[in-house]
Design a protein around this ligand. Sequence first.
Ligand SMILES: [Zn+2]
Length: 351
Amino acid sequence: MKKVLAPYMKVGFKDNKLYLGFGSIKKIIHDKFEQKLILEILACLKKPTDKSGILKSLMRKYENSEVLSKFVDEIFESPYVIDIGIYKREDRYSRNLLYYNLNKIDPLKVQHALESKHIVILGCGGIGNIASLLLSSLGVRHLTLIDDDKIELSNLNRQFAFCEKDVGFFKTDILKQAILDRNSSIQVDILKMKITTENVNTLPIADLVILSADSNGIVRLINEFSLKNNVPYLNIGYIQDIACWGPFVIPYKTCCFLCQNNLANQESDFELMNLVNLINQKNQVPSNGFVNTLAASFGVLDVVRYLGKFGQVMSYNKRIGLHTDSLKWEEQSWSKNPECVYCKQILEPIS
Ligand SMILES: [Zn+2]
């Protein structure tokens, strides 16, 4: 199999140390002999070649062919190289393919997986806007957008697919057009509806639901839908100024949302509850472009890792938050509860 040096591959020296690759693939080589050997192998790979081609051209210089062969093998297994024919600079997904290659996965496998998937985006606000644009840029085959809201001027601080001229129009209509402007090969369906107990079962059975709506009780409804229909979902959002995503629910494999009781309880004192309800009335979160962009980006990256089967999905069995005031990461454990009445109830055979 012929390979070529990956286009992102760079090397450099600092204080006599060879820096091999940058970013997460960086390695530091101290030994002079190894430095020269590796650089010569990489230089051979500036043109497409296979292992035997490199061995042939370097054999005369290196007496110990075993050492040479070992280094060639290691480099051929590393993300420093890419299969020939994958990277074409002008292709629309070429930079994404490089990113997958950097993540040590066959780039075409990831791309083909994405091009066969159907994702429901439930909620076309700040998170839904960015998630849709990201997914359309990745070439996901089919998106269903669900929302019944119209665009308001106050949405424009975070809902970047919308412009002033769109105010007053349905979010789903404008977002669909923005997706198609970006990538005309994607199938985009829209549903102008608010999800309720009565209509939740009319949702399409897709490969995944991104839950980016925040109406009361919506997570419970989607959790139930997910378990009944075996459809994974990921909740992406924010808590005030903390960008959050997770738990990523794969029915019966990971936790479900209700495996842990992380929700507020009702206080038995009627008077206190009245005060709580009064204070919480007309609550408005400071939703902005920063938290929406961060949460949507990290959430969609987990979705792509899951669908493309590479790297590590970070939000299984936990909710992850990035505090935008301190850049502190917080993880809220959401482990699978074997006694969870929701998972368990639905798992039992229907009599
Ligand atoms: Zn559960």
